[in-house]
Every structure is written in structure tokens, then in C-alpha cells.
Design a protein around this ligand. Structure first.
Ligand code: MSP
Length: 643
């Protein structure tokens, strides 16, 4: 039976980092797990190459969009190959096979009466590719706080409003359609508020898939991008997808728009969408513009890819946000892999080598029943946790078993038993060695989806004849180790790592990688154009803007808005100002308390998500990047004016 899973297709305006790798590694591990249950698992990823952001980025670099996107798409593809991830299909939105299917989606929606032509004048956020209904010219985007642009367009609309009931029924009837539950609840609440029709074509850009029969129109990026999940496997028997694995910020597109498009086209719906949390670095979501990015390859080079895979899957509860740090990475490696699994492996192999000439003793006679039961329980809890996407708990179960085995060996002390040559002692020794080897076989098979390379190594050291890839996890039982099997001398699978030099090396490689990627993205970039004279303003005009030094007194997230923070900022007035700022992706609330910032104090008040914002926080915003707050190097007084 097939199992078709996907990752998001990644935007090409940034080069790959471990945020992207996180999703793709999890997908690869899931794929391997399904394969080891006998499923024909296929994994799709790809690159999202259209849209105004890309068009503008290419223009800035003096490149044709097609030329610009090809470089980064290749970078992603090579990244997955380098990390050894089992990507079966890599679909680019610029691929003509994909274009054909997007056009077909459109035609089918139209034929079924879910597409109509309308005219739209309104505010548009180019960063989020979002039309902001009810916004006035100059209003900020409710998602990111950046200024919106006014656009008037003749557009095709998709009748999303017609799908409210059907979507709610879908979530009700298939509670696993969107997971975890927190995300499901958010989606249900959102849909219950009512859905607006969605503009699905654009006339203000050229870089996109042309709408059939409409020269000026190209498709809206999400109408285009989601379709890669189908176009990547067109003509195969893989659709509907069994799983779309995504990050939590794109739940709405996958759990609302996508099933509605498919319902309109009368195509089968995917079975499940699972949204994981964010990988944070230095307490922030990793972001290109903040520079708090870590790449996967330097870690791979210094510690091996399995160290990274293990860390990501074990350290972070899948579905929740989690921190990445080099210290924690090396710490986990040394304690769980070098000491835990690595030690147990080499101990087992060297005892069998020393006491039994490398032949694993046969038969399960005399095996400690507690260990046998614990093995069965470990298999069971590993499998059920993994099926729930709880990789962390699944791996934890394996390590609990490993520490039980460590204790067992110490208690048995084969190095003492071996001294007694009587038959009973020798049988006890056989049983202890068999138990250790058989337990190691089970542990190795269970770890194969998470750490394929290391599992292969241990499997080979154990002298297993069945290829690891052919082992069926759903049939894994105690007692399947062949008697008399020749095992090999231990070789270090996880050599201990000296933290400081390793971290320094990774940082050094990271800096090199940053420079390489920057060159790639900035290749042949023309010098920034000077502002045309007409854009200049007199000093009196600048003086109209009341800029003041403020100090953040409190900060909290705005419910239901991933990008907004609700701040109280002291700017030397009787009461701190309430300010709603689109900086939640770049800053954690607690990081901001006590921080000196710059505030525009004389802006018209504006309501964002029901909160009246009285001012704006000043930040540098690189194109396509995250805001970086303006600050001071010397002492400043709260309330001082900026001139
Ligand atoms: N192109 C869209 C997706 C279209 S899918 C039809 C997009 N691209 S993206 O490049 O921004 O990638 C977003 C995805 O990358 C997230 O949903 C997540 O899977 C992964 N991540 C990127 N940064 C991440 C973190 N810092 N942490 C966790 N996942 C991250 O959105």
C-alpha cells in the first residue's frame, strides 16, 4: 500500500537553513518508518518560485526571474541530497507539467461554478501575499505590520465563502485531518467566523503561471504552489496524499484553502495535515534578516547528519516550538549517543568477541524475562508514539530500554561469570550475551528511521544478513536473532566529541556557508540605486514625525496573530503607550522588556486585532526579511526626541 507524504515547497528568496531541514528531515524519517512497515512511501518537496517578491528580488539583482530562481532551487535540491534525505520528487512551480495542472484546477473550479470575475481595489501586503480586506490606504498589514500597497485589479475570485459548512463538516468528521489539536481548534475557530472569497489571479505581476485565456492574469501564488503536491505525482497512483507536513505558520493555506480548492475541483482531499512548531535559535524564530540562522551542513560535517537528526527529533516535541543550541546538540550527542547507545554497542560486541569468538550465542534459553518483556513494551510504545508523530517520546522509550540494558549487563557482570567454567555459568553467560545482542538488534531496527546511517553501521557490526531496509518494524519481535551469528569487532559509531573545538569548528564553517550563500543570492547585484530627486523631502517635513526614545515596560503576544506583539512603551508621558507591532516573529516578548526603542509618537491611533495601537515602533526591514529594532549604543533618556 502506498504512503504519499510532502513537505512545503520552499520559497526561493532564501537559501536553505535547518528550519527547512527540520521539516524535510522529519518527513524523511517518517517515510523510512512507513517503508519499514511495508508501505510504498513516496516523498515530495520542491521550490515555490513565483510571486512578486521573487520578481522584485530578481529585478534588484539584474537577473531574469527564471535565472534567479534556478540557482536557489538547485541549492535546495542539493541540500537534500547532501543530507541523504530520500526525496523522490522535487517539483518546481516553474515546471511546465505543473503549469498544466494548475490551469486544470482553475478550469474545473470554474466549470463547477466556484470561480467568478470581479474587480478589486484594496490593500495588499506583498510580504505575506495577502489582500487585506477592510484596510485603508496606508494601513499596515495585520499579519506583519508592514505597510500595505493599494492595488486595483480585475481578478478572478474563488468562492471560498461557499465552503464554510463543508469545511467544518470535514474537520468534524475527520478529526485527524488537521493536527495537532491546538492547530485544529484554531482553524475551526477561524472558519466559524465566516470566509471571504479569495482573489486567485493577479494582473500586477508577470512572474507566475498564466491564466488560460487571460493574457494579463497570472495565478495567485498559493493557488499555484499547493498544486505541486498533485503535479509532482501526476499520472501516478499516489494522490491523495496521506500526509502534508508543514510549519504552523501555513496552516490556514493547507487546512482551509487547499481542501476548498480540491472540493471545488472534485478531486480527492489529502488525508492529513500535520503542522509542527518553529525551530528557535537564541530564543527567536530563525530568520534570515536577524542573522540567527544555522545551516545543516556545518553540523553534518563536524558531527554527522545523524547527530542532527537525532537532536531535532529527540529534543523538540514535534508540534511545539523548540530551541536549537550548539551546546545542547553536543550535550545530547555525548550523553545519549556516545555514552548511551555507542557504549552499549561496543560493550556487547566486544564481550561476544572476547568470550565467544565473535559468535552470538544461540537460543533464547535463560533469557531474563524482564528484558524480553521490556523489549516488547519498548517496541509497542515506540510504534504508537511514532504513529502519533511523537518522535521525542518514541526515542525516549528506546533510551529507557538502553539504560535498563546497561544495568542488566552490570548486574550480570559477564566478565565475572566467564571465569567459572561450569556448565551452568557458561549457560548464564550465553543468555546474558544473547540478551544483549538481541536487544541491540531491536534497538537498531527501531532507530533506523531516525538515524539511518548509524543504524546501518551497527546492523553491519552485528553481522545481520537481512538488509536493514527490509526489516519490518510491525513484525519486530524478541528472538529473531540467528543463533551462531558472527558479529564484528566494535568500531566507534559515535566517537565522543570535545564540545569547545567542535562548536568552534561548526561556527567557522557556518560563517563560510553564510558567505557562500550570500554570494549566491547577491550574485551580480547592481549597486543600490540612489533615491530619485523627486523623493527628497525638506527638513520641515521630517520634523513633522515625532520620533521618541521609549522603554518597553511590558510585551505579550496577540492571541490569534502569530506576528503581532502587544507592547506598553514608556515614552516619558504619564502613562506608557499601547503599541501593537508586527515583530513577534523576530522577538520573544520577554526579550523586549526594558529595551530602549524608537517610537513614532504622533501617528493616528489604529485598531489591530481589537487593540488600539497608539504609535509605531521603528525597525529596519530588509526585503523579505524580519524586522530588526532600532537601538542605541550610548545611554539615552526615555522621552528624548530624535532629530
Ligand atoms: N512556499 C511556502 C510554502 C508553500 S507549500 C505549498 C513557504 N515557504 S518557506 O520557504 O517559507 O518555508 C516554510 C516552511 O519551512 C515552514 O512551513 C516549515 O516547514 C519550514 N521552516 C522554515 N523555517 C523554520 C523554522 N525556523 N522552524 C521550523 N520550520 C521552519 O512558506
Amino acid at each position: 500500500m502506498k504512503y504519499y507524504l510532502t513537505t512545503p515547497i520552499y520559497y526561493v528568496n532564501a537559501a536553505p537553513h535547518i528550519g527547512h531541514a527540520y521539516t524535510t528531515i522529519a518527513a524523511d524519517a517518517l517515510k523510512r518508518f512507513k517503508q519499514m512497515q511495508g508501505r510504498r512511501a513516496v516523498l515530495t518537496t520542491g521550490s515555490d518560485e513565483h510571486g512578486i517578491n521573487v520578481e522584485r528580488a530578481a529585478e534588484r539583482m539584474g537577473q531574469a526571474p527564471g535565472e534567479f530562481v534556478a540557482v536557489i532551487a538547485k541549492e535546495f535540491k542539493e541540500q537534500w541530497e547532501k543530507l541523504g534525505l530520500g526525496v523522490d520528487r522535487f517539483m518546481r512551480t516553474s515546471d511546465p507539467r505543473h503549469h498544466k495542472l494548475v490551469a486544470e484546477l482553475f478550469e474545473r473550479c470554474k466549470k463547477n461554478g466556484y470561480v467568478y470575475k470581479g474587480s478589486y481595489t484594496g490593500q495588499y501586503c506583498i510580504h505575506d501575499n495577502l489582500y487585506v480586506n477592510e484596510a485603508k490606504p496606508g494601513d499596515p498589514c495585520p499579519e506583519c505590520g508592514r505597510p500595505t500597497e493599494t492595488v486595483t485589479e480585475e481578478n478572478y475570485f474563488f468562492k471560498l465563502s461557499a465552503f464554510q459548512d463543508r469545511l467544518l463538516r470535514l474537520y468534524e468528521e475527520q478529526p485527524e485531518f488537521i493536527q495537532p489539536d491546538a492547530r485544529r481548534n484554531e482553524v475551526i475557530a477561524f472558519v466559524k467566523q465566516g470566509l471571504n472569497d479569495l482573489s486567485i489571479t493577479r494582473t500586477n505581476i508577470k512572474w507566475g503561471i498564466p491564466v488560460p485565456g487571460e493574457e494579463k492574469h497570472v495565478f495567485y501564488v498559493w493557488f499555484d504552489a499547493l498544486m505541486t503536491y498533485m503535479s509532482a505525482v501526476a499520472g501516478e497512483d499516489l494522490w491523495p496524499a496521506d500526509l502534508h507536513l508543514i510549519g504552523k505558520e501555513i496552516v490556514r493555506f493547507h487546512a482551509i484553502y487547499w481542501p476548498a480548492f480540491l472540493m471545488a475541483a472534485e478531486w480527492p482531499l489529502p488525508k492529513r495535515v500535520f503542522a509542527h512548531g518553529w525551530l528557535l535559535f537564541q530564543e527567536d524564530k530563525m530568520s534570515k534578516s536577524k542573522g540567527n540562522i544555522v545551516r545543516a551542513t556545518p553540523i553534518q560535517e563536524v558531527m554527522g547528519v545523524d547527530a542532527l537528526r537525532y537532536f531535532l527529533l529527540r529534543e523538540i516535541v514535534f508540534g511545539q516550538d523548540g530551541n536549537f543550541s550548539y551546546d545542547a546538540l553536543v550535550g545530547r550527542y555525548n550523553s545519549d549517543l556516545a555514552n548511551g547507545l555507542g557504549n552499549f554497542t561496543s560493550r556487547t560486541l566486544s564481550m561476544i568477541g572476547q568470550y565467544r569468538g565473535g559468535k552470538a550465542p544461540g537460543g533464547a534459553a535463560g533469557v531474563n524475562p524482564e528484558i524480553e518483556q521490556a523489549a516488547a513494551k519498548t517496541i509497542e510504545s515506540f510504534m504508537s508514539s511514532w504513529e502519533r508523530f511523537d518522535f521525542s517520546r518514541a526515542l525516549e522509550a528506546v533510551w529507557a530500554f538502553i539504560s535498563m540494558l546497561d544495568k542488566f549487563i552490570v548486574e550480570q557482570a559477564p566478565w565475572n561469570i566467564v571465569k567459572n567454567k561450569d556448565a551452568e555459568s557458561q549457560a548464564r553467560l550465553d543468555a546474558a550475551l544473547y540478551t544483549a545482542a538481541e536487544a541491540l538488534r531491536i534497538v537498531t531496527a527501531l532507530l533506523a528511521p531516525a538515524m539511518p546511517q548509524s543504524a546501518e553501521k551497527i546492523w553491519a557490526l552485528l553481522g545481520m544478513k537481512t538488509p536493514l531496509g527490509e526489516v519490518r518494524l510491525d513484525r519486530l519481535r524478541w528472538g529473531q536473532l540467528e543463533p551462531g551469528q558472527q558479529v564484528h569487532r566494535p568500531q566507534p559509531v559515535f566517537p565522543r566529541i570535545d564540545a569547545q573545538p567542535a562548536i568552534e569548528k561548526m561556527r567557522e564553517l557556518e560563517a563560510r556557508e553564510t558567505a557562500r550563500q550570500a554570494a549566491l543570492l547577491g550574485k551580480s547585484a547592481p549597486p543600490a540605486a540612489a533615491a530619485p530627486a523627486g523623493d527628497k523631502i525638506g527638513v520641515e517635513e521630517f520634523a513633522k514625525v515625532d520620533l521618541r526614545v521609549g522603554e518597553v515596560r511590558s510585551a505579550e503576544r496577540v492571541k490569534g496573530a502569530d506576528k503581532l506583539l502587544h507592547l506598553k512603551v514608556d515614552i516619558g508621558e504619564a502613562q506608557p503607550r499601547t503599541i501593537v507591532a508586527g515583530i513577534a516573529e523576530a522577538y520573544a516578548p520577554e526579550q523586549l522588556i526594558g529595551r530602549r526603542v524608537v517610537i513614532v509618537a504622533n501617528l493616528q491611533p489604529r485598531k489591530l486585532r481589537g487593540i488600539e495601537s497608539n504609535g509605531m515602533i521603528v525597525a529596519a526591514v530588509a526585503e523579505g526579511g524580519k524586522p530588526v529594532l532600532v537601538g542605541f549604543h550610548e545611554e539615552t533618556l526615555v522621552g528624548s526626541k530624535l532629530r
